[in-house]
Structure formats: C-alpha cells, structure tokens
Design a protein around this ligand. Structure first.
Ligand code: ZN
Length: 263
C-alpha cells in the first residue's frame, strides 16, 4: 500500500522541523531535490518513493535536512532496487535457487551481516549472504577474493577461509562491510563504458568503518599466512585473533606473495 503524498509531507515536516512543500513527479532526471525557501523547504520527489517504507522515509528526511553518506546510500539503494525489479520483471527467466549456507564453523554470516546492516546502513540493504564454496583441495591459491557481491542474484559470498581458527571476527565483519558498501554505492560506468567499482565515494564510505585501520593492519600482516593455512600449511595461531600480536605461525616464516582482493 503506497503512502499518501500528504502523509509523507507531514512526516518530512515533522522530521526536519521545517515546513515542507512537497511535489511528487515522474521526472526520471531528478528523483530527489530539495532547496530551502524563506518559508521552509521545497522538495520534489519521484512518485516511486511513495512505495518505500519507514527507513527510506527517515533517510529522505535526513537527506532533505542535512545529507549524510548513510542517507544518500539508503536512497540510492532504494532506487537501485526499483530499477532492478523492473529489469528483472522484464527478463523473468527460470527461477534460480542458489544453494549455500550462512552458518560456518565459527561465524554465522547472516547474524553478523544483520548487525552491520542495522548499524551502518539503517537496515536498508537487501541481500542474501552465504559462505562461498571452497575450491577443490590441491588447487593452490595465491590470489584470493575474500568476498563478492552479485547484483543480479543479490548475494554476498564470503570466502570460507575467513571461517578458519585464527581469523578475528572484525576481519570477517570488515569483508562483509566492504561488500555492503558495494550495495550502497553502485559501480559507475565512465564515459568510455569502463566500470568503476571502487569509486572515491565508495572508498570514503569504506573508511568510515570503525575498525578499518585494524582490519587493514591484520590483512597486511596475516593475509599470506592465512592463504598458506588454507592451502594446508601451518594453521594460524589463535593469538592472531586479537589482531595485534605479530607472532609467526609455528613451522617457519609465512609464505610471501599472497594477494588480497576485495571485490
Ligand atoms: Zn570491492
């Protein structure tokens, strides 16, 4: 049941504490615009926003009053979802059930992701999250992708090596957060058609993660030992869990040459 424009106007007035003059439109070039007037704020919104829910309306109110990256992200996510629903309805192919589980030995991805979604994105992101499937044993990896976001399937996949003992929970959370930033800040095509996934806006949002520096430091120190452990080498010391202790895993110095990709 879409919201009534007058109800939305009243909500925005109350939330911003200013008289809001609201116009709904079907203009696809300007989905949201707000400008102050001597009497309050003049807002123009695309009709599709009437089909949103409470978190979206709160994001709109914040955006109108004083835009924050989170508010922009929530609005953009809503728009992206709408676009996708339209194109998916057009494409309506065979149903594709994706198998996979969020439960690992150590970490339940669904639980962790829900907290991150709530805390950093106002609960606005829509996704499924599962552990990726491990590659066949014997296939050595020196280049790993720790997480992926598939826009068409709306699935975040996390590499199962992050479920190994010794990997700190904040590293897992950071990889989840990184993938969520991809949901919030869609990739952009340049004039030449090249896709840019890690735009400056993306990087700015990524750096807002409270444990960003700590996760980066852990990654720098432990990515190679982690890949080695995944390939059957010495397990990570569980003291690596705290992220601060630069111990060498038993069995000699870690292999070098590991490379990390977050995508
Ligand atoms: Zn990425």
């Amino acid at each position: 049941m879409p919201m009534h424009a007058e109800d939305l106007r009243r909500f925005l007035s109350e939330a911003t504490g200013k008289p809001v003059d609201l116009k709904m439109n079907n203009n696809t070039h300007s989905l949201v615009s707000a400008r102050p007037t001597p009497f309050g704020i003049r807002v123009s919104l695309h009709r599709m926003f009437l089909e949103g829910e409470a978190p979206l309306f709160q994001a709109l109110a914040r955006f109108i009053h004083r835009p924050t990256p989170e508010a922009r992200a929530a609005i953009r996510e809503f728009i992206a979802l709408r676009h996708e629903r339209i194109t998916e309805a057009r494409a309506a192919g065979p149903s594709r059930a994706i198998r996979g589980t969020a439960r690992g030995r150590r970490f339940n991805l669904e639980e962790r992701a829900a907290i991150i979604n709530r805390r950093h994105f106002g609960g606005a992101l829509q996704y499924r999250i599962i552990w990726g499937r491990p590659l066949r044993a014997g296939r050595r990896q020196h280049h790993v992708t720790l997480g992926t976001w598939n826009l068409r399937q709306r699935i975040i996949r996390i590499h199962p090596m992050l479920d190994m003992p010794g990997v700190p929970s904040y590293m897992v959370d950071f990889v989840i957060y990184h993938e969520m930033c991809h949901i919030a800040v869609p990739s952009q095509a340049s004039d030449t058609g090249r896709m840019h996934h890690h735009t400056p806006e993306f990087r700015a949002l990524e750096r807002r993660y409270p444990l960003f520096t700590r996760a980066m430091a852990w990654e720098k120190r432990w990515i190679s030992p982690m890949i080695a452990a995944w390939n059957g080498g010495p397990p990570l010391p569980t003291s690596a869990d705290d992220g601060g202790n630069p111990e060498t895993p038993s069995g000699g110095p870690p292999e070098s040459g590991g490379q990390l990709t977050l995508f």
